[in-house]
Structures are given as structure tokens and as C-alpha cells.
Design a protein around this ligand. Structure first.
Ligand SMILES: NC(=O)c1ccc[n+]([C@@H]2O[C@H](COP(=O)([O-])OP(=O)(O)OC[C@H]3O[C@@H](n4cnc5c(N)ncnc54)[C@H](O)[C@@H]3O)[C@@H](O)[C@H]2O)c1
Length: 281
């Protein structure tokens, strides 16, 4: 039996839909998957070239657009173009986010304002811009990409990044609460460690610039003992974008190989598997 595409008839805006490298980013993976599921996709990136590369991978059902989503006038133009060209907006997938490393004495001085603007205020701006249309339609799904760093300490000091992602979780719950009566849902995906071009590159100097050592640590952190794939973020996003999740709102969904369940590093007790304890005791 052929199942129909899960997003057919829908128009989706995906922000940060390009990629900073040749490999898939989370946003590009979502844009491609949404289109495979029948949506018409507006692929937005601050780099037009990156947005066009995503559109080239998709074909006619993708409209590439340049916009810096932290700039109000560019966000307004983005939504205007979407409505003019495609007539509606059913899904807003807020994927843009940038990282930085350090604690309150270092990172907060350098990156605080920038990360608040790019990781948090951008979502306020895009949400504000689509809400009148979604309210008039009586439907809409807003998906915000947060991070496990917004839920727990992930072993790396990143106070500005973690704070913006934690605030994004709560902002999303409030948007969900206040707009449920209009048929609008708002949910969060909190990725763990995902294998994208820029993932954790800032940590390279800590491991002597050795990418293999960084990779070994990235792969060993989650109980699944591997990094996640952008396609696995996209799979969760399809569910939240589709009508299958019509009664799901205000949820923060970790996609993290079980990382959120882990209270301490496994190296603390040097117990890797419950069966090792059973065998020894
Ligand atoms: N990769 C991971 O391990 C991981 C883990 C947790 C959360 N996340 C989150 O996933 C999201 C995407 O991460 P990624 O690793 O795929 O990123 P990425 O850096 O590979 O891609 C992000 C894209 O966003 C674009 N972009 C950046 N700032 C923009 C702006 N102001 N306006 C428009 N476009 C902009 C970039 O040009 C790039 O094409 C981020 O919100 C990030 O915080 C990633």
C-alpha cells in the first residue's frame, strides 16, 4: 500500500537551510526531507549560495532565499516573499543557531549579545512575522531547534549558547500555550551531538588540533555510542510538521541517542555496560 506524502499541500519555511560545508547540515536535511514528503519549501540562509545549493538538491518545489533572520526587515521580506510566491505558510522551522565556547568571564563578554540576537531574537522575529497568517488560516506548526545544552550541562563550557537554547525552550512553550486556541502548535527539537560540518569544531584546539581525537570523543558521549545524523533530526521534524502530531504542542523532544538520560559521564564509574557489573558482583 502506498502511503501519501506526509506534508503534501503544505508550505514550509526552513531557516539556516544551507550548509557551511559540503556535508549535510541539520537545516539542509530538513529542507530536503520536507520536500520529499510533498511540501513546497522556502530554503532561507544568510548565504544565498548555500540556500541555492539546497534548492539544487531539491528541485522545483524549493524556493531559495537570502535572509539574515536576526534582522527584522529581512525577516519581514522573507515572509512577504513566501506569501506572494506560495500563498500560505504552514510550517516555520527555526533551525538557525550559532555556538560559542566559554564561561561567564570569557564567552559572556564576547558572544552574549550576538547569540541572544541570532539564537533567540531571530525566533521571536520569524514567529511574529508568520503568526497573523497562521491565525487567519487557523493552523500552523512552528518547530524550533534548540539543543541538549539547553537542558543539561554537556561537559563543555558554553554559557551563552546554553542560556539562549534554554530560553528558546521556554519561549516555545509559551508560544504553544498562547496559540493553541488558533490551531497553531509550537514544539522544540533538542539535538544531542549531530554530525554536521561545523559541529564542535571550536573544540579542536583542546585536542591538539587532532580531528580523529575530537571525533572519538564526540562518538563516545551518547549512550548510543555514535553521533546523530542530520537525517535523524529531519525525521523528527517531519512528524512535528505533519498533521500526525496535531495534538502535540509545547514539547521539547531530545534527539540525542539517549544522552539526556545520562546523569554522569560513564568514565566516572568506569562502568560501560550493566552486564559488566552483573558479571563482577
Ligand atoms: N550539530 C550539532 O551537534 C548540534 C547540536 C545541538 C543543536 N544544534 C543546532 O542545530 C542548528 C543547526 O546546526 P548545524 O550544525 O546544522 O549548523 P551549520 O552551521 O552547519 O548550518 C547552519 C546554517 O545556518 C546559516 N545561518 C547562520 N546564521 C544565520 C542567520 N543569522 N540567518 C540565516 N542563516 C544563518 C548558516 O549560513 C548555515 O548554512 C543550530 O540551531 C544548532 O544550535 C546542532
Amino acid at each position: 500500500m502506498n502511503t501519501p506524502p506526509r506534508l503534501s499541500g503544505k508550505v514550509a519555511i526552513v531557516t539556516g537551510a544551507g550548509s557551511t560545508g559540503a556535508e549535510l547540515s541539520n537545516g539542509r536535511a530538513v529542507a530536503i526531507r520536507f520536500a520529499q514528503e510533498g511540501a513546497r519549501v522556502v530554503a532561507v540562509d544568510r548565504s544565498l549560495e548555500a540556500a541555492e545549493a539546497t534548492a539544487a538538491a531539491i528541485g522545483d518545489s524549493c524556493l531559495p532565499l537570502q535572509a539574515d533572520v536576526s534582522r527584522p526587515e529581512q525577516v519581514a521580506a522573507m515572509v512577504d516573499t513566501c506569501l506572494t510566491e506560495l500563498g500560505r505558510v504552514d510550517v516555520l522551522h527555526n533551525n538557525v543557531g550559532i555556538g560559542s565556547l566559554g564561561g561567564p568571564e570569557t564567552e559572556a563578554r564576547k558572544a552574549w549579545d550576538l547569540l541572544l540576537r541570532v539564537n533567540l531574537k531571530s525566533v521571536l522575529l520569524t514567529t511574529r512575522a508568520v503568526l497573523p497568517t497562521m491565525i487567519a488560516q487557523g493552523s500552523g506548526s512552528i518547530i524550533n531547534i534548540s539543543s541538549l545544552a539547553g537542558l543539561a550541562y554537556w561537559g563543555v563550557p558554553s554559557v551563552a549558547y546554553a542560556s539562549t537554547k534554554a530560553a528558546l525552550n521556554q519561549m516555545s512553550r509559551l508560544i504553544a500555550h498562547d496559540h493553541a486556541r488558533y490551531g497553531i502548535r509550537c514544539n522544540v527539537i533538542a539535538p544531542g551531538l549531530i554530525d554536521t560540518p561545523t559541529a564542535h569544531l571550536g573544540l579542536l584546539p583542546v585536542y591538539g588540533g587532532d580531528p580523529a581525537e575530537l571525533r572519538r570523543r564526540q562518538e563516545s558521549l551518547a549512550p548510543a555510542r555514535r553521533m546523530g545524523r542530520p537525517e535523524e533530526i529531519a525525521a523528527a521534524a517531519v512528524f512535528l510538521a505533519s498533521d500526525e502530531s496535531r495534538y502535540v504542542s509545547g514539547v521539547v523532544l531530545p534527539v540525542d541517542g539517549g544522552l539526556a538520560t545520562q546523569m554522569v559521564s560513564p568514565e566516572c564509574w568506569a562502568i560501560d555496560d550493566a552486564r559488566d557489573v552483573e558479571a563482577a558482583t
